[in-house]
Design a protein around this ligand. Sequence first.
Ligand code: FAD
Length: 437
Amino acid sequence: RTAVVLFTRDLRLHDHPALATSCAAFDRVVPLYVLDPALAEKSPNRTRFLHQCLAELRDALRERGGDLVIRRGDPVAETIRLAGEVGAEAVALSADVSRYAARRERRLREECERHRLHLKLFPGLTVVEPGAVRPTGGDHYRVFSPYFRVWQGVDRRAELAAPKRVELPAGVQVGRLPALPKGESPDAAPGGESHARRRLKQWLPTLARYDDIHDDMAGDETSRLSPYLRFGCVSPLAVAERAGDRSHPFVRQLCWRDFYYQVTAAFPEISTKAYRRGASEDWRYDDEAMAAWTEGRTGMPIVDAGMRQMQAEGWMHNRARLITAGYLTKVLGLDWRPGVAVFAHWLLDGDVANNSGNWQWVAGTGNDSRPYRSLNPVRQAERYDPAGDYVRRWVPELASVAGKAVHQPWRLPPEERRTLDYPAPLEVPGADPVWMR
Ligand code: FAD
């Protein structure tokens, strides 16, 4: 008996419910990844990361007697075709929540029924499955704190070991890895399960200090697990279990990730429509300001530093994400959707639920219970980059400016200011920016 396991954003062997269960229940298992043109090559960074994840996954499967079949095209059509080729009777995959993934699942279900294939969906992309925690009288939690309280008490499934052997039927065409794209960030993290596991192991000793260090932008000591969680190189459940205490501030961040998944499952329009009913959407559209923000030349050092870190590493510190997104929407008054797109282009961890969910939170259109709050970039910079080291690291034009003066170059004596090849802050029409006062 044979099953096809369709891999999507779960590129690992450890704690993979769809794979582990299929290996236990079937004689032969055909692991499949379909390169979908509808998704491919939108982000050079993620395409390169994906390539590395697939290469590692294939090697790990080969070590266990199997292989990874790679096909190009529509994932539904390719899965059905492969199932026919190998005489499979079942298809297994991890359930996902985005609008795209939900449509793919729906179509797969229809096609499996038509071809008399058994389709089974498994957990694996979150710590707690979306839908496992529901408020009375509602389909999802709209506010984080009550969700977190209930989330902590949910019974978790047991973590699963990687299968020892994966038996592939003879004669399957395995296919080639995707071509590497151009235009990726020079210092982006490497993809793959072994890197994810190493990163987790190296970082865990920092866990005890997480609450003190997570907002220190220059210290840069957060886990940086987000790209690995995004591609499923590490199981979110396994990370949460390693961290232990369910109320720990780090585990709370993992819960934020789950929170946005359950929001997205209930509100699939999250990347295009305001989540909060009645939210003001009175945005400006200004191509020049948008370009300056995107390229990290707004003249607001902490904002430019964040945007440049993202371009260099395909990753940005969470505090910098809050500041840059807040600056775009609440200071410049520009629409959050183009901001989502810029982040989605660069971020290795860029995904619909967390990118759009967080952007909407910052823009005041989302799940924030205080949607009108606005972060003052200078005050944020002085608080979370008090010595100015984060800014000097990413904005070399300001490297000669000592201490926290780097956060307000417009206040430097004119002679010094003139020596810096750095722009004046963008004008904000109709506003008297608080940091200029
Ligand atoms: P850690 O501090 O070590 O946290 C551990 C894990 O918890 C992270 O890897 C991540 O999976 C999760 N997490 C942490 N903070 C959040 C959060 N606010 N929301 C959801 N999950 C969180 N995260 C993404 O994974 N993908 C995105 O596309 C994304 N876009 C964002 C856009 C904006 C405007 C903002 C403000 C935040 C965004 N985040 C996104 C959340 C957060 O910034 C990153 O998850 C975090 O910086 C990743 O670094 P880390 O792994 O070192 O985090």
